[in-house]
Design a protein around this ligand. Structure first.
Ligand code: ADP
Length: 161
């Protein structure tokens, strides 16, 4: 049985993330979407909110489980028995960072393989940060995120929380 971990901050989960998770879930027996609790960036949603938004968005996939973690990704991967780390690669910007991270992870955990999925064409320029920015300015992002996320963003920014 091949277990894979798709780690990230998912602040919030977008259709680009869902697309990668869906494609990975067809290849691996079990996919954990691991949400990193405390990334070194300003967050819009708490860890509980990010987990709950991702859980609802991915609820139709039987072999996907959404969890949260802190500390080293490779240590979390080991604790859940994952042999594979799933990452998404967009055309501009992701490659160098993913490559550096993969080399570092290989040093820390030689048994863990990184598998990168090419971002689908329609999501190449989609990031959680651009979603947050456009949404905070009142733009309509509903075709780029799951419906529950669109609602959560609208509520978050309309109340100015
Ligand atoms: P972001 O980079 O959007 O802030 P995360 O840190 O949550 O998101 O990213 C988790 C993983 O998902 C990374 O491997 C990232 O490259 C990938 N990813 C993010 N957005 C997309 C997208 N639109 N298409 C494919 N992969 C993506």
């Amino acid at each position: 049985m091949t277990i894979a971990l798709y780690p990230g901050s998912f602040d919030p989960i977008t259709n680009g993330h869902v697309d990668i998770a869906k494609r990975a879930s067809k290849i691996f027996d079990k996919l954990y979407v691991g949400i990193f609790a405390k990334p070194s960036k300003n967050l819009t949603f708490s860890i509980e909110e990010r987990v709950s938004l991702a859980r609802e968005a991915l609820s139709s996939f039987n072999n996907i489980e959404v969890t949260s973690y802190s500390g080293l990704t490779v240590e979390y991967a080991e604790s859940i028995g994952a042999q594979v780390l799933v990452r998404g690669l967009r055309m501009v910007g992701d490659f160098e960072w993913e490559f550096a991270q993969a080399i570092m992870n290989k040093k820390l955990a030689p048994w863990l393989e990184a598998v990168c999925f090419m971002a689908s064409q329609e999501y190449q320029f989609l990031s959680a940060s651009i979603i947050r920015e456009v949404s905070s300015l009142g733009g309509d992002i509903s075709c780029l995120v799951p419906p529950n996320v669109a609602k959560a963003l609208q509520e978050r920014f309309s109340t100015g929380k």
